[in-house]
Design a protein around this ligand. Sequence first.
Ligand code: 4NP
Length: 165
Amino acid sequence: MTASKKYSVLFVCLGNICRSPAAQAVMQHMVDERGLGDRFYIDSAGTGGYHIGDLPDKRMRVHARPRGYELTHRARRVHASDFEDFDLIVGMDAANVDDLRYMAATIEQQDKVVMMGDYIRQYPNYDYVPDPYYEGSEGFELVLDLLEDSCDNLLNQIIKKNNIA
Ligand code: 4NP
């Protein structure tokens, strides 16, 4: 990575209205807090196309706000060009990761795809970020807990691996 190029991360879930826009906001907040806002480009997308153009789910926005995250992303689908444009593509669950690896055009593009669950440290019962869409409030709080934990670990690993000061 050159000094001027931003390191880019795309978070991906199914609908792009709950987990991945929340992951985007959590990671953006962490990057900004560490004064690294100009070194990163963070975005999110969905493997499904049911909610294109929508704001994040109201419940996700309501649960995120008291933690300091304003979710303003508009849902979009993953594009073939994302596999060229992004340095890292992070699926929230195994189905997302399978879909993304299937969409990748080359082995190099497949290698950009990682699983958010692999970065969860403080919640040993979870190796993925569960879909909260049909859950109650606890499901949305759990998503945020898992994302705050995994984003911190993921960001530390990206910084170390890419010598980002
Ligand atoms: P997400 O949650 O993948 O975390 O955005 C979902 C949102 C909508 C649907 C599924 C999952 N849906 O089927 O409409």
